[in-house]
Design a protein around this ligand. Structure first.
Ligand SMILES: [Ca+2]
Ligand SMILES: [Ca+2]
Length: 510
């Protein structure tokens, strides 16, 4: 959840009115049998990540990805706030789409029972299709599937070498949820009792759990840790972290470690986070990682010509200054921000540069579903459009055009990243700064691996004279289908085509 889910929303309509308007009465259909977990020989398997440094994360908004069971399609429609029918079965069936891309981990939106109706204050009927408006933390929403299907998803991801992070919410429940009726102000702040700070305020008007209350904590830990234990997920994506007190997160960390294992991964959403902003959660070890909100705007601004390359190089240095052992995850688009391609005015050359910058930066690159095939990611709520499936008969995105060339570019960059530890765990040093170009060197002392990353945002090709990094043996060849560098004594002449990012490695490396 998100600041956007619920701004200016009004209370739920009365259920009778709701049924009248939505015509949503329907007879439940038995769920289909769970798809069997295939053997490794049948599926696209990715080399498992060696550590979270080496992860490539794929973020799926479950309802908008793939519909594998039309029997659970309640409240489905075309509106931006409707359910669109995507579910766990659909995701299980399309997992190869993600492992073939080379991703090592998936983050899925929350699956617990959502409020039954919708709100309409944003100007459209808005259901809990995103999963951030829980009505029962101890039940899986049948519109997403069943707990058994969640376990099947985890098993099927593991069979492909991928991990699964489940999005969980501790801060709030859905509008007018059963908790308001059953526990009232003992458990929740709402209405006139909302506080006016980050912890006690009612984010977007949502009822705020009194997470300082041990009874509330016990209830929520029981729900989330129990679900994780039964389904085998590898970690949580933690929603709205800064709206819950640190003391809660410390206890949460102890509980998850004790019950789910030392390596159960916690990736938190702290709005506006980067390595520095997140450190108050890292220093007391409340979570393993958090989202880097700075990268999207910085990368887009740079390729659009804002600021000098040397300033962008300084930024890249700063963002990698993260407490050792902790992680930041950087994205180009998200369910809470405008799509990068939109912000770039639909310029796919510049977008590809952003992708290359994302994939050559340390941290956990997070791909927002469909961005890799050029999904039309607009401004909220149109940043949650359906996964484009092209001519494949997969709803909700059947018939939506997809850019396979862009997907191939992602695959190439992910493969380069994973083959070169200098990219995901190495040191970074800027070597050349021009008006519109930048060359930096990455080096992993442990393996000796090294690459050059040469970036040119200008409209004409440039040739950069790059000093040979200490220890670089042999010539420098392009890993990205660009020209090889010419050697001249202690320098390489690297030609960087217009509006492109080239990655070069020692010629004897391959
Ligand atoms: Ca469905
Ligand atoms: Ca709170």
């Amino acid at each position: 959840m998100t600041r956007r889910d619920g701004f200016f929303l009004w209370p739920l309509l009365a259920p009778a009115l709701l049924a009248l308007i939505a015509g949503c009465a329907s007879t439940p259909t038995p769920p289909p049998a769970d798809p069997a977990v295939e053997t490794a020989a049948d599926v696209a398997v990715v080399q498992p990540q060696r550590s979270w440094d080496d992860a490539v994360l794929y973020f799926v908004m479950l309802d908008r990805f793939a519909d594998g069971d039309d029997g659970n399609n309640q409240d489905v429609g075309d509106g931006p706030g409707n359910f669109h029918g995507g579910d766990l079965t659909g995701l299980i069936e399309q997992l190869d789409e993600i492992s073939e891309l080379g991703c090592t981990a998936i983050w899925i939106t929350p699956i617990q029972q959502q409020i039954p109706g919708y709100v309409s204050g944003a100007g459209f009927f808005d259901w809990g299709y995103h999963g951030y408006w829980a009505d029962d933390f101890y039940a899986v929403d049948p519109r997403f599937g069943t707990e058994q299907q969640m376990k099947t998803l985890v098993d099927a991801a593991h069979a492909r070498g991928m991990k699964v992070l489940l999005d969980v919410v501790y801060n709030h429940c859905g509008y007018d949820s059963r908790y308001v009726q059953e526990y009232g102000r003992d458990w929740l702040r709402f209405g006139s009792r909302c506080g006016d700070d980050d912890i006690t305020g009612c984010l977007a008007g949502l009822p705020d759990f009194k997470t300082e209350n041990p009874e509330v904590r016990e209830y929520l830990f029981g729900a989330q840790l129990g679900l994780a234990e039964r389904t085998g997920v590898d970690g949580f994506r933690l929603d709205t972290v800064k709206h819950v007190e640190h003391d809660f997160w410390r206890e949460h960390r102890e509980r998850t470690r004790a019950r789910l294992g030392e390596d159960f991964f916690l990736l938190g959403e702290v709005w506006g986070g980067d390595g520095r902003v997140l450190d108050p959660w890292f220093e007391p070890d409340e979570m393993d990682g958090g989202f880097d909100f700075s990268f999207q705007g910085s990368a887009i601004g740079f390729v659009l010509g804002r600021g000098r390359p040397v300033a962008f190089d300084h930024y890249l240095d700063r963002r990698e200054q993260v407490r050792p052992g902790y992680f930041v995850s950087h994205y180009l688009s998200s369910h809470d921000t405008d799509g990068a391609i939109l912000t770039l005015g639909g310029d796919f050359e510049l977008f590809r540069m952003c992708v290359a910058l994302q994939m050559t930066a340390r941290g956990i690159p997070c791909i927002f579903y469909g961005e890799e095939v050029g999904r039309d990611i607009g401004t909220w709520p149109d940043n949650r459009t359906d996964m484009p499936w092209g001519d494949r008969p997969i709803e909700p995105g059947a018939g939506i055009e997809r850019d396979e060339d862009l997907r191939a570019y992602y695959k190439q960059l992910i493969a380069i990243r994973r083959a070169h530890p200098s990219i995901w765990r190495g040191d970074r040093e800027g070597l050349v700064f021009g008006q519109d170009h930048l060359v930096f060197h990455r080096h992993d002392p442990e393996s000796g691996d090294r690459v050059l990353v040469a970036v040119n945002r200008g409209d004409t090709a440039v040739t950069a004279e790059v000093p040979r990094p200490d220890g670089w043996i042999g010539d420098a060849v392009s890993l990205t289908d660009g020209p090889a560098a010419d050697e001249a004594g202690d320098q390489f002449s690297v030609t960087i085509p217009r509006r492109s990012v080239q990655i070069l490695a020692p010629g004897d490396h391959e």
